[in-house]
Design a protein around this ligand. Sequence first.
Ligand SMILES: Cc1cc2nc3c(=O)[nH]c(=O)nc-3n(C[C@H](O)[C@H](O)[C@H](O)COP(=O)(O)OP(=O)(O)OC[C@H]3O[C@@H](n4cnc5c(N)ncnc54)[C@H](O)[C@@H]3O)c2cc1C
Length: 559
Amino acid sequence: MDVMNFNETCHTPIRRGTPRFKTFVRKKLRLLCVRIKTNEHTEASVRPPKPRLQKPGGYFSGISQIQKRLSAEQYPQRIASLQANRMSLSHVSLANPGAEDYPLSKARTSQRTPKPTLVICGAGIAGVSAAYFLSQLWKGDLFLVDENPPLSFTSDRSSECYRNWWSDAAMLALMNRSIDLMESLARQTQNAFHLNRRGYLYLTAQSNRVEEMISEAERIACQGAGDLRIHEENSKTYQPAETPKLDGADLLLGNALIRQHFPYITEKAVAALHVRRAGWLSAQQLGMILLQKAQQNGVRFRRARLIDIEVIAGRVRRARLNNGESIACDIFVNAAGPYLKEIGRLLEVDLPVENELHLKMSLRDHLRVIGRNAPLLIWSDPQELEWSMEEREFLRADPQTRALLSTLPPGAHVRPEGRGESQMVLMLWDYQARPSPAVVWPPMEDPLFAEVVLRGLMTMLPGLRAYGKKMPRPQLDGGYYTHTPDNRPLIGALSIEGAYVLGALSGFGIMAACAAAELLAAQILDKPLPTYAGEFTPQRYQDAAYVARFVNDAPFGQL
Ligand SMILES: Cc1cc2nc3c(=O)[nH]c(=O)nc-3n(C[C@H](O)[C@H](O)[C@H](O)COP(=O)(O)OP(=O)(O)OC[C@H]3O[C@@H](n4cnc5c(N)ncnc54)[C@H](O)[C@@H]3O)c2cc1C
């Protein structure tokens, strides 16, 4: 999940190491070496899907998992050649969805097929949302193609959070719209997908950052996120509980006020920003509702791999599947998640995306350190972890682990998971970048992840130290953020007539899916477009001023 961060340095005191650590680190480093060697021999994309949460033996299952991965099916390269007249993205400008060259009208006038046909590749949250919005108005056939069961890939790995709090105004507008759509769907379904509004709580222990927090919050509030309310010690006006109509954010100043409402937070915290139009939901339930409604509207699901797209005279004509089926199509939507680039290659379009591995873990907080009604808790300060002298020696000895001794980035976060008697919590921290040229599924684990994330979260939640000697067994999983250089999604027409993309949803695909798919449907169906439409078209990279502003300066990266 993307969480917004603030960037300054904080130092925490070094804590004495625990006796189990030496054996632990030895085992883990041994595993790490095995994994790294194994990885060198792993070819491009290893598919397909597998179970959602892996239960490691001890902390990590290690070698048996690696062996399974090695024996997995190797994903083939593109297997068919393409017809003539294909152009790369950089050569052709975006078809203006409102202009006369609207692809559907061409398909209709061509009389090639009795009914126009639309094929969506990928039944993750992007594909099913697209199927849902398109099926409401599309007059022809609509196929949703996925080689895996719907919603079983990246969309099954998310931490399912959402927020309207974005420093990028276009993203903020997109998310506000998406949340409107999710709220409307929640009302129609008696909240079958458990959308809550607990909020995000960003915390800092650095008093010199409070001014920066306030000015950033004021800026975001003015962009349309809602009001900023500032509460000082003894404030009676702050309402910590979920309040459906409340948006904007509450800024709590002073440790006493923070701990009055969140007693499990460290005594070092000096400010907390509670973003209100935010929370989490069940992504699987949301996706299944969208899929069922799409199917009721006539969408047909094909469980097969898309292996080729025929392009004739510069426009999409046919999609070929690995079950031998070939579907004549007028409109093709690439919603292939981490395989966006590969599917783009079938059209000879080079999509500007990269994949990055992101991990998460869940564990049973049986000591109830974290309040069950807590919002998503995010530590916004960079931090140095506490290691004993002995641990430091071990970590320093290996170039792979040495970085764990330096200052690590902000953003360690945690939230309660499950309802009723559940004691589970989800924990995440992207403490190191993990660019991934190949998609390996299930993704490789980091043998130190659980230990590092738990230690990182102890800074914000000192009660977690009780798990220092004996951590409950974590369950680990992860997936890929497919992202563009500016970390905005790709939504819109490609240079091949009839071809569209809906992807690069990075760490915000669950929260953005509804508005992104609605926007794509408006483009394909030639409907009025929202003001932010132009901000997400693939063609934006042809605009030198845009590239200079967003790509070179990289002002918002992933956060
Ligand atoms: C650890 C983690 C935490 C996250 N937390 C959040 C969060 O809190 N909030 C949030 O909003 N987002 C979050 N995300 C991001 C979110 O999960 C993704 O943005 C989203 O799931 C992407 O959806 P998608 O449909 O684009 O891709 P996917 O779900 O990967 O779907 C793509 C589908 O395309 C199919 N496919 C690919 N190639 C082919 C082919 N040739 N033929 C047939 N089918 C094909 C695949 O099988 C797959 O089913 C998180 C992601 C991760 C990894």
